[in-house]
Design a protein around this ligand. Structure first.
Ligand SMILES: [Fe+2]
Length: 244
């Protein structure tokens, strides 16, 4: 049997009690155990940051992250945690980023940005421009969720040309969101347009932090080298604050 390859998750909702992800410390610990079993060695915690939502400040994000890390250390879980946010893009985003009100991914210049599924590409495009204007590098969260992009795959190309990075959810690759989404992400993988595969985990059940099956699938279909890049090397570059 192959020894499991290390993976790094840049998108998950494991921080307890702050959003619609893990509801308490107990759940978070269970999620971390699942992550560890999946070969995940490093996790960027990305609670939702959105308008009309009680957002965790960067100061609290660090406190809660450290608290979870301590609890994990205590039960022998060997996963390293980092602060982050999943930013639901709004008119406030640029100003909030400039004023340090939002966590970037592990303190890097990369930020994880999401949109409403029915946002037109023009809105996504404008958002990218605003985020870059504030001096940050957009990572597009679960690109397969945006209907306008799914029906116009060339838009992914455009985003990459503009300097964006592309994240897809492992569950979408594994077909949990249906055939249409799966065939879209397969096309992206085939053309090497995916920079990150992440869990977007919310719980210990249907949305658990699982990557191992997806990783072996990607290795089998698209090669070990590319799999290693999108499950480990690229995420690690973010954590180390390096250029991808
Ligand atoms: Fe998410």
């Amino acid at each position: 049997m192959d020894s499991m390859q290390a993976s790094v998750d840049i998108h998950c909702h494991i921080m307890p009690g702050v959003d619609d992800g893990s509801r308490d410390m107990d759940t978070s610990i269970k999620m971390l155990k699942i992550a560890e079993k999946n070969g995940i060695t490093d996790i960027i915690l990305t609670p939702h940051h959105k308008p009309m939502h009680h957002n965790v400040s960067p100061e609290h994000n660090k406190v809660y992250k450290d608290r979870l890390q301590n609890a994990a250390d205590k039960v022998g879980i060997k996963v390293r945690l980092y602060s982050g946010n999943e930013i639901y893009y709004s008119d406030e985003t640029q100003r909030e980023l400039e004023n340090g009100k939002i966590c970037t991914l592990a303190g890097s210049d990369y930020v994880l940005v999401e949109f409403h599924p029915t946002n037109p590409f023009s809105a996504i495009n404008n958002a990218v421009y605003q985020v870059q204007g504030a001096g940050f590098i957009p990572v597009i969260a679960h690109v397969e969720r945006y209907s306008d992009i799914v029906s116009h795959p060339a838009y992914v190309e455009e985003l990459i040309d503009k300097g964006c990075y592309i994240q897809v959810n492992a569950s979408s690759i594994m077909g949990k969101y249906g055939w249409g989404i799966k065939s879209f992400v397969k096309k992206l993988l085939k053309n090497r347009r995916v920079h990150f595969v992440a869990t977007d985990a919310h719980d210990t059940g249907r949305r658990a932090p699982e990557l191992a099956d997806c990783r072996s699938y990607v290795e089998r279909k698209y090669g070990r080298e590319y799999a290693n890049r999108i499950f480990f090397d690229n995420p690690m570059s973010i954590i180390r604050g390096e250029i991808i």
